[in-house]
Design a binder for this molecule. Structure first.
Ligand code: FES
Ligand SMILES: [Fe+2]
Length: 373
């Protein structure tokens, strides 16, 4: 395909889509996809205690609380009575209570109590739309369509509980679209440049091959012939060197996985579940799982600030990218073959948005690309 039509099917940006920084600048195209029939991480388990909290998912305000059995519940954060937000209201016996007139709602959104009302309080218009939830691997997931029973389950963090692995949780917010944030997390060419010295160093002129494989709900790039990078992170991961196995993966609707094995003893998987808070703000729920020759107690205090520093550099660029797209009233992307995953990520997002994702694990497309690193 020609590179110019990379985002040919990006939707025009009508006013309604421009929620955060784009108001008033609504011409042109922008790669905003909203796959709503999918699960997204919205909070960590620790964040949801005895009180209710507010979260936003694809511009939808949500209130989260724990029901009478301690399971997370998610309702639209708007009291059906007079449109007051429910978040921040007290939770009584597993029901959220509106701060205005005290209507109470159970985890399924049904109105259960109206103070001063004689008789039954139930009635469909008095219910709040409710969203399916799951609590897995220390994260709370919400299905982005209300009042439906999902037919698929959320993504699982593969190494979260695997013996021998240490996992570090991190939640950050990126000032970019879901597409840009995912592409950034899986984009190799910027690492030697933007993160110079930290992650990869300047090019050493070594040609490596990326094998790109697309399946119905995912795309991965496997990098062959990659030497151990000379950057600080790699030195820390594997002081002795060794063969590098490196995969970058995008899994619908919003997970970026970066997986490295260096030698036999070192394995690291950075899995980031991205959540579109709004069209131009993406929250990143990451679990970094590793098994290294260097003890975890040594690695952890170094790795965490380093990862945050790398993320900071990405966040600055994403913000500039978002602001520039806003300033120009839309985007224009020119790509080369070493932008290996971008167009696949975008097509998968669009197919998810349209409900056109097929089933099965078969490789639907495979090609090789050479890069100089
Ligand atoms: S607005 Fe919520 S109870 Fe009246
Ligand atoms: Fe980066």
């Amino acid at each position: 395909m020609s590179d110019d039509d990379l985002h040919d099917d990006a939707p025009d940006l009508p006013g309604a889509r421009a929620v955060i920084p784009l108001s008033g600048l609504t011409r042109g195209r922008v790669s905003v996809a909203r796959p709503t029939a999918w699960w997204y991480a919205v909070a960590t388990s620790d964040e949801l205690g005895a009180t209710s909290i507010g979260r936003t998912l694809m511009n939808m305000p949500l209130v989260l609380f724990r029901d009478e059995r301690g399971r997370p519940a998610a309702l639209l954060d708007r009291c059906p009575h007079r449109n007051v937000p429910l978040s921040g209201g007290p939770v009584r016996s597993g029901q959220i209570e509106c701060a205005y007139h005290g209507w109470r709602f159970s985890g399924d959104g049904r109105c259960r109590h109206i103070p001063s009302l004689k008789g039954d309080c139930e009635g469909r218009a008095r219910n709040a739309p409710s969203f399916a939830t799951r609590e897995l691997d220390g994260f709370i997931w919400v299905y982005a369509t209300p009042d439906v029973e999902p037919t698929r389950e959320p993504y699982r963090f593969a190494l979260a509980t695997t013996p021998g692995y240490t996992s570090v949780r991190q939640v950050v917010e990126a000032p970019g679209t879901l597409f840009s944030t995912v592409e950034n997390a899986l984009d190799v060419p910027h690492t030697a440049f933007l993160h110079r010295g930290l992650f990869r160093a300047e090019s050493r002129g070594i040609t490596i091959t990326a094998v790109v494989r697309r399946r119905a709900d995912r795309v991965e790039a496997e990098y062959l012939g990659e030497p151990r990078p000379p950057g600080l992170v790699a030195k820390l991961l594997s002081p002795s060197g060794g063969m590098v196995t490196h995969f970058d993966r995008f899994v619908l609707p919003s997970v970026a996985e970066v997986e490295y094995r260096i030698g036999d003893e070192n394995h690291i998987l950075i899995a980031s579940a991205m959540t579109p808070v709004s069209d131009f703000v993406t929250k990143v729920f990451s679990l970094v799982s590793f098994k290294l020759r260097v003890p975890a107690a040594v690695v952890k205090p170094v790795l965490t600030p380093l990862a945050l520093q790398i993320f900071q550099q990405d966040a600055v660029i994403l913000r500039k990218q978002t602001e520039t797209i806003a300033r120009f009233g839309g985007e224009q992307f020119a790509s080369t073959e070493i932008d290996v995953l971008g167009r696949h990520i975008w097509r998968l997002l669009r197919s998810a948005e349209r409900g056109e994702v097929g089933a099965g694990d078969a490789v639907l497309e495979e090609h090789r690309v050479e890069l100089v690193v």
